[in-house]
Design a protein around this ligand. Sequence first.
Ligand SMILES: CC(C)(COP(=O)(O)OP(=O)(O)OC[C@H]1O[C@@H](n2cnc3c(N)ncnc32)[C@H](O)[C@@H]1OP(=O)(O)O)[C@@H](O)C(=O)NCCC(=O)NCCS
Length: 179
Amino acid sequence: MERKKHAILSELVAPEMANVHGTMFGGVLLSLLDKAAYVAATRWSRSPCVTASLDQVSFLSPVQIGEYVSVHAEVFHVGTSSMTISIEAFAEDLRGGERRTVCRCFATMVAVHNGQPLAVPALECRTPDQKRACLHGFLRKKLLRTREHELDLLEKRIAGMDDDSIEAALSDPGAGGLA
Ligand SMILES: CC(C)(COP(=O)(O)OP(=O)(O)OC[C@H]1O[C@@H](n2cnc3c(N)ncnc32)[C@H](O)[C@@H]1OP(=O)(O)O)[C@@H](O)C(=O)NCCC(=O)NCCS
């Protein structure tokens, strides 16, 4: 049977999902995103998967109680054991309102066996669109690694600064190459 790489997960937003503003809690939506990513990754790898990271999470519009939320997840890039899943969530006012995008993000899911990463089948990279996605996914992963490394360096650098250097940098962040 052909492997699937999509998932759609939908839910009616109930009052117990509300935050103090009376709209949907971001964390509840994140949980749906994570589940949709899990389904897409597990369908593709046919192995149990864990979430390694969620990134570029943007909440674009509040979701009202009583709206119908749909989360669409798709395997976008495959490394060795990791899969990048692109995720988009929509909300719909069931009384005839328009469907709008409320969140976008990417998840990295890793296939595991006994807690250890397990190689997963590569995505096809033959048609022009597939090639575009392969290149985008590869370069995106590389960029994330660079950003992670740079943030690590920044944290170490700031942790190693004395109080005077911190004061000086706050008054002119560009001077020490910090901004
Ligand atoms: C994800 C996990 C299996 C990775 O294990 P590891 O021993 O670090 O494995 P590796 O370093 O060999 O990485 C395996 C793959 O995961 C990717 N990866 C690891 N950590 C990552 C992270 N934080 N973000 C994105 N990708 C990550 C690696 O790039 C690698 O990809 P590739 O195989 O396609 O090249 C392990 O860190 C883990 O079990 N984490 C907890 C997962 C979990 O409990 N999730 C739910 C949290 S609520």
